[in-house]
Design a protein around this ligand. Sequence first.
Ligand code: HEM
Length: 156
Amino acid sequence: MIDWPAIARAVHVLSVVHWIGGLLFVTFVILPSLSEFEADRRLAAFDALERRFSWQARISVLLAGISGWYLFDVFGHWERIADPGFWWLYAMIVLWALFMVMLFVAEPLFLHAWFDARARHDPEGAFRIAQRGHRVLSTLALITVGGAVGGAHGLF
Ligand code: HEM
């Protein structure tokens, strides 16, 4: 018989590896390397790299959400929803919702245009905002991944 929960867990972890791994690479490798470029070249390069990753991240975020909600339901986690030891599950859902809104609503509707406009009159400031935003998201993601692996294996 096919073990659907095991398959869903594999899909979940693979999508998270791709999405969060990409986020960490942008935050801790790409952005620090770009800070050595001149301000105008730096933003153009960032834009090209980020654009290429953001459509891939959209797919991974969707797959992580579909597999995650399936696991949530199949493991009967509705019963533990009010349990504080379940904070790691809220962390996963909040982080996922944040990226869903950013990638599917804010970026296409206004975030990209706002960032471009800001970058035109204040390239240094725009780059600092991008760096800070990525650091915050990466920190939240690392806490979430650590919490989720610990939580899924009985640590809390
Ligand atoms: C809608 C969003 C999400 C839902 C509903 C969800 C749900 C779940 C569920 C139910 C599990 C299995 C828990 C168990 O074994 O009892 C799980 C595992 C896991 N999730 Fe999520 N998740 C979501 C998003 C995320 C995100 C954004 C991340 C990472 C940043 C993440 C990382 C993980 C990891 C690392 C595991 C542990 C896998 C393992 O070690 O077996 N999930 N998730």
